[in-house]
Design a protein around this ligand. Sequence first.
Ligand code: BGC
Length: 747
Amino acid sequence: MEQMVQTFLQQMTLQEKAALCSGQDFWHITGVPRLGIAPAMVSDGPHGLRKQNDKADHLGVNESIQAVCFPAGCATACSFDRDLMERMGRALGAECRAEQVDVLLGPAVNIKRSPLCGRNFEYYSEDPYLAGQIAAAFIRGVQSQQVGTSVKHFAANNQEFRRMTTSANMSDRTLREIYLPAFEAAVKEAGAWTVMCSYNRVNGLFASENPSLLTDILRKEWGFDGFVMSDWGAVNEKIQAVKAGLELEMPGPCVASVEKVVQAVERGELSMEVLDQAAGRILNILLRRPEGGAKGTFDRQTDHDLAAGVETECAVLLKNNGVLPLTRQQKLAYIGGFARTPRYQGGGSSHINSFRVDGALEFAPEGTVYLPGFSTREDQMNDADLEAAVQAAKEAQAAVIFAGLPDSFECEGYDRAHMRLPECQDRLIHAVAQVQPNTVVVLHVGSPVETTWADEVAAVLCVYLGGEAVGKATDALLYGDACPSGRLAESWPFALEDNPSFLHFPGDEEGVDYAEGVFVGYRYYDKKKMAVRWPFGHGESYTSFAYSNAVARVENGRILASVQVTNTGKRPGKEVVQLYVEDLTGSANRPPKELKGFEKVELQPGQTETVRFELDERSLSWYSPSGWYAAPGPYRLLFAHSSRDVRTCAEFEWESGRRLPMTVHRNTTVGALLADPRTAAVLEPLLKEQEPQESSAAAREAITDEMIRQMLVNSPLRSVQAQKSYTDAQLQQLIDALQQAVDGPQA
Ligand code: BGC
């Protein structure tokens, strides 16, 4: 391939190379038609094919071809199921192939920092490992059809407020531990063909002209071999961007940009090598397309059924006092317009012109009473509709309220104004719950909402934005034809104010400070020991599971773990075994637990299976100033049903000669030196050999040896000099001895 790319580059003119690095039009990469390299088509993405023929736009305004709308990212991450995601990806890839789309613009893997982000419905999770695993599986599926993906938006695009100019400001550690790993998995584990850089700046520098992100991390560290395209209109300064490692500017036509590149090369501002490299990287991907664009086929109905199947595995049963599953013999009231016309996708560039839409009402048992209750488009309800709904609920054996956010409440392009449902829906739920103990709420939302009525209702099923077949999936779950197995990919706090980003979202003119650092989502709630409405990883089932025999051991630098899981209930069901790592070494201020593994297993009643995991050093590591670091010492593996329901655990010792580098100087604290076994060995005996001081009983009472010791911990090394009356030379000798203890014997 490399040879072929070079041959093409040799034949291309400067103009052709510059043109290749800019879109031809809204949805096409230019190609090199003179040399037989056809333009390539890209389309949104991520959970369906939004192929537009003419009247192109990226806001979901104009029509696209009819396609199948799969569940959105907010739902699919809850599947915790790599195989399922791969299958969904394969179906989407086949649709793209059949429609001659070469790159699907997704998956979108940005972290859900705040529940208010307008695009959370497209994103997967607050947890980077889960987001990365789901994304990698999806990418493997799509790309198995010889269709590329574009993992987006790289990086730290976690809000819509001033999305084109804001600066996401954070520490290296936060960026590496929280905001980059999902992209890393997409590149390293799935070989994403392309990456889409985000609009925003990161620590002041536009993502599109950020050499650290685009070149140092993406290429040099992760070995990315595809090309980076800009988000639509994300290029700020073209030449800066090309130099930083951005290969393709989208959308086109970019007449001025092409000209700028040509002139920059002619003037010597941009070297031909850099342009060749950019053009070569695009060619490298264009040449991966199947010969002649191989068409392929797909059947919309088959994919629609797959969308229903996927959603069935994603919906999360948040609460159930036993009212679910319902039976088809019960006298039921369905309340809320979302029963007929569900909200199943979000607005903006991911908006699909759906092939067909299933409302749950279509599948409801005969005799079910239906009342619209409230408006599904705005916060509006009249008293008569409310009274009718309450009356119907009273007369039924169970009431199912189909609640959700209207389209305008969450959408690409702006953030949510608050975390509540429309007030009228909250009012209706409270009112119905008062008269009907068997009230079930089905939520059609793209992110968490405050559920002030949660304790008053019997069950809550969150179907998220479940794709065009959501109604069919909802029906299967409500009546027990399927057993719920979705688990929350994000925490549901009681109130917006509980969220760790609350005081620092969405920032101001200048940017937004990610002041909560690595403590995002459950990492924060756990650290603060805060109650949440529903924790990360949570999800009820119609059956139950027991965990036993947890094992963890280290073998050849890998951590091998296993646990036995038994279905202790009466129905077949799927359990998501979640594996969290707890660092007991005390080497850094870390979240109490972090997800590092999960497996979804299907078990028949009474069946037991051993679930195995293999972790590497990185699973234990935090990002220190000198890179990823797993301190030697004890770790605990938590085998859990959710982040707040740890069933069993196993400990192991990580042995490693690696220590963080330390530079000892006169202001290094005694505490830091005592905390490190290497320097403690030198300093401890010295401190102990202190002359016993003559002191009065009163003085001893005023300040004990323990108090002196604790004060010393915060003192710099130079205070030891004062205490011991060392000369400067003696202090330097001590510093040298300590440094040598850190560095080890010199060769
Ligand atoms: C969005 C991208 C999308 C692109 C093309 C942009 O506004 O941020 O996610 O792929 O438009 O529609």
